[in-house]
Design a protein around this ligand. Structure first.
Ligand code: RIB
Ligand code: CA
Length: 312
């Protein structure tokens, strides 16, 4: 049995797909399930992208379809960045893999309830709608987890507004439920993920590894890079993959314990993770927040993942 049992909650998207590749191939992890939420695109598309990727790479983890929209708001997909399909670039063969019948939120609540305490790690790399619903269904979900690693938020700037990061902004009410749940949260925000970015040279080097995963990586990251350069003026950050790499090797990130609140009623600050770095609220920390990252740890883990499928 591998050291770390993992459930991945995704809104597949380009970087979610890379996170799935790393999680499915790491000898340090056992990917027990993938739950899917709407986010980067509508649920039908994020689910299709997830199933296509798993089918193409023979990833056997069960896939569960979850929430079709945020708890209180309309879904605002990130089509500019991830495209109309949510994973523009790769072309997949007709797939055989189908989603499980159980709703993702119900499955999350069941799997965590059935597992021994502190045995499951949930890595959430999309809006927190499924996670919030699971916690509402079964509150012990929050306290039974070994760790809840969240790609979301930031101490500093946002990426959809000056104040807020996409996953939190997409469903701030869900994020507020999760951050106040008592779950053992590790927040992987833009402060660290934007320190791990893919440039042309590295894309070419990783694509040259060969095999089906490297081919999917090359085609998807080519699109993702073009969109990020055009719309954001920056190289694509490895937001979601960084969370999985941290689960494999915690030395990837420097963490600080802070109290974090989520703004869900602001005008200019809606979706902001308000991180009390100075301790002015005197409130007990509710998250370990990434403040720095060592990208030299990340890239070899990604290369190893892509190489997992090149050996035939
Ligand atoms: O802000 C980055 C996050 O938003 C990533 O999870 C990306 O996939 C998008 O969902
Ligand atoms: Ca994502």
């Amino acid at each position: 049995m591998s050291e770390r049992r993992v459930i991945l909650d995704v809104d597949t998207g380009h970087d979610d797909a890379v996170a799935i590749m790393i999680a499915a191939s790491a000898p340090e992890l056992t990917l027990e399930a993938i739950t899917v939420t709407a986010g980067n695109q509508t649920l039908d598309k994020t689910l299709s992208n997830t199933l296509n990727l798993c089918d193409a790479l023979g990833i056997e983890a069960p896939v569960f379809a979850g929430m079709t929209k945020p708890l209180m708001r309309d879904l605002v997909p990130a089509a500019r960045i991830h495209g109309e399909s949510g994973l523009d670039g790769p072309v997949f063969q007709p797939r055989k893999k189908i989603a499980e019948k159980e709703h993702a939120a119900v499955a999350l609540a069941r799997m965590v309830t059935e597992a021994p305490p502190n045995s499951l790690t949930l890595i959430a790399v999309g809006p927190l709608t499924n996670v919030a619903m699971a916690i509402r269904l079964e509150p012990t979900v929050a306290t039974k987890l070994r760790e809840l690693i969240i790609m979301g938020g930031s101490i500093g700037r946002g990426n959809v507004t000056p104040s807020s990061e996409f996953n939190i902004h997409a469903d701030p009410e869900a994020a507020a439920i999760v951050f106040s749940s008592g779950a053992p949260i590790t927040m992987v925000g833009l402060d660290v993920t934007t320190k791990i970015t893919l440039d042309e040279a590295r894309l070419a080097s990783l694509s040259s590894i060969g095999g089906p995963a490297a081919e999917i990586f090359s085609k998807s990251m080519g699109n993702y890079m073009a969109a990020c350069r055009h719309y954001l003026g920056e190289y694509p950050a490895m937001h979601d993959p960084s969370c999985v790499a941290y689960a494999i090797e915690p030395k990837l990130m420097t963490l600080r314990e802070y109290h974090v609140e989520v703004e869900y009623s602001g005008t200019f600050t809606l979706g902001r993770t308000v991180v009390d770095t100075a301790g002015v609220t005197k409130k007990a920390p509710n998250a370990r927040v990434g403040v720095d990252a060592d990208e030299t740890i990340f890239w070899p883990l990604l290369a190893r993942a892509l190489g997992h499928w090149s050996r035939g």
